[in-house]
Design a protein around this ligand. Sequence first.
Ligand code: ZN
Length: 85
Amino acid sequence: MLEIPFAFEIGGKAINPAELNDPEERELLQNIVDSIVDRVEDMKCPVHNQAPRFLCHGDSIDELSLEVLGCCDGLVDMVRNRLDI
Ligand SMILES: [Zn+2]
């Protein structure tokens, strides 16, 4: 499976979901990753052949917003359309 880079930043701090102590929080973040990756894992920029990257950030684990990052606006728009965000 294609590895989609996915980063979390909560309260300005980078978080690795696998290192969270609370199993519920770990599952919450893993579910976010799974649901996104499921929908975009076949997507690549037709111009640069790059996969999209994601940054999920917010003040707390309950208030996360998703940011799509990519090699160019074309890829970012494609991914946002697919995810409807
Ligand atoms: Zn591109």
